[in-house]
Design a protein around this ligand. Structure first.
Ligand code: ASP
Length: 340
């Protein structure tokens, strides 16, 4: 059975704008069964045309923002995307937004938009693991489901959502866990926001953190973000990697630490020196799930470090880049990781 076309409050079909940025969902290969392909080859018009029944869900229009594999996503494109979404929603030019995006850095853009979009209206990201030319391409159904979610008034005020493989994830919690499998995104700590099957939606929860219209972050007047590097901790981490970041002008360093955000003593010592110089050190983890807590094996209070709480290194970096747009104390930055 085709789901009922979701209605906006004035009983007309919801107006959904699809903003395309590229990714495997817009990717193409020579044949349907080869593993090699190129991301960002297909336009938004062809992507919409490939989804039977999508026009029954909503009044759809599309706009091409970029056409890149998300490994080539840039902060310039992310800022442009956030501004365009804010503009469309503030002008009431759409009832909901769908963003198509590569899966490699989807979680980073999701968090960025979740912190900088200023609206309660649904903003839903989607992508695919198989290119548009593949046998059993997953993009068309993901796009169908994403439009259904964006068109449903129940999706309002849930922050930025990501719809992939029948799952609805929150921007704060989701992470990519498999390099190639269709079921790649998980929300390990907080669980799914809901599910969507052929446009039929079931929600389980709302976000636990501040987001979108309640966020203090903004891209207004922002053209550049401060440099924040990520240091991947491992056995015998060379401490001079920290010096390299500081010398290159990093204002912050996120440690993808062992376990609960740990590092070898020498690297901790070097990071503490950088913290004394004013570089903000955030401890996250290379482990795929779990919270980073303060003052467990590392004395954050004494060394002047921040714990990323639930954010993985890539997301902790996005948060810190936005946080550093304004002067804040370490205590205030720590609080941001608890609030958002
Ligand atoms: N490399 C691709 C991208 O992120 C992978 C994908 O979209 O699934 O654009």
């Amino acid at each position: 059975m085709t789901p009922q076309a979701p209605q906006s409050s004035d009983a007309k079909p919801a107006r959904i704008m699809i903003l395309a940025t590229g990714g495997t969902i817009a990717g193409a290969g020579e044949t349907g069964t080869q593993s090699g392909y190129t991301s960002g080859q297909v336009t938004i018009e062809s992507m919409i045309a490939a989804v039977p029944g999508i026009d029954k869900l909503a009044d759809i229009s599309g706009e091409q923002i970029s056409n890149v594999g998300s490994q080539d996503m840039t902060f310039a494109i992310m800022i442009q995307l956030a501004r365009r979404i804010n503009e469309l929603l503030a002008a009431d030019a759409a009832d909901g937004i769908v963003v198509t995006h590569g899966t490699d850095t989807m979680e980073e853009t999701a968090l960025f938009l979740g912190l900088t979009v200023k609206s309660k209206k649904p903003v839903v990201m989607t992508g695919s693991m198989r290119p548009s030319t593949a046998v059993s391409a997953d993009g068309p159904l993901n796009l169908y489901n994403a439009v259904a979610v964006a068109a449903d008034p129940q999706s309002a005020d849930r922050g930025v959502l990501v719809v992939m493989n029948d799952r609805i994830h929150g921007a704060h919690s989701l992470t990519k866990t498999d390099t190639t499998a269709v079921e790649t995104f998980l929300s390990p700590i907080n669980g799914l926001m809901g599910t969507v099957a052929y446009g039929k939606i079931q929600y389980f929860r709302t976000p636990f953190r501040k987001h979108t219209h309640k966020s203090e972050f903004s891209v207004d007047g922002v053209n550049d973000l401060p440099r924040v590097d990520i240091l991947y901790a491992c056995v015998d981490t060379p401490p001079d990697l920290i010096d390299a970041s500081v010398d290159r002008g990093a204002q912050g360093i996120v440690i993808a630490g062992n376990g609960n955000g740990n590092m070898n003593a020498e690297a901790v010592e070097r990071a503490a020196q950088a913290a004394k110089q004013g570089v903000v050190i955030v401890r996250s983890s290379r482990v795929s799930s779990g919270k980073i807590s303060r003052n467990v094996e590392i004395d954050d209070d004494r060394l002047g470090f921040i714990a990323s709480d639930e954010l993985n290194p890539a997301k902790a970096r996005i948060m810190l880049m936005l946080a550093l747009l304004k002067e804040r104390s370490l205590r205030e930055i720590q609080q941001l990781y608890y609030d958002y």
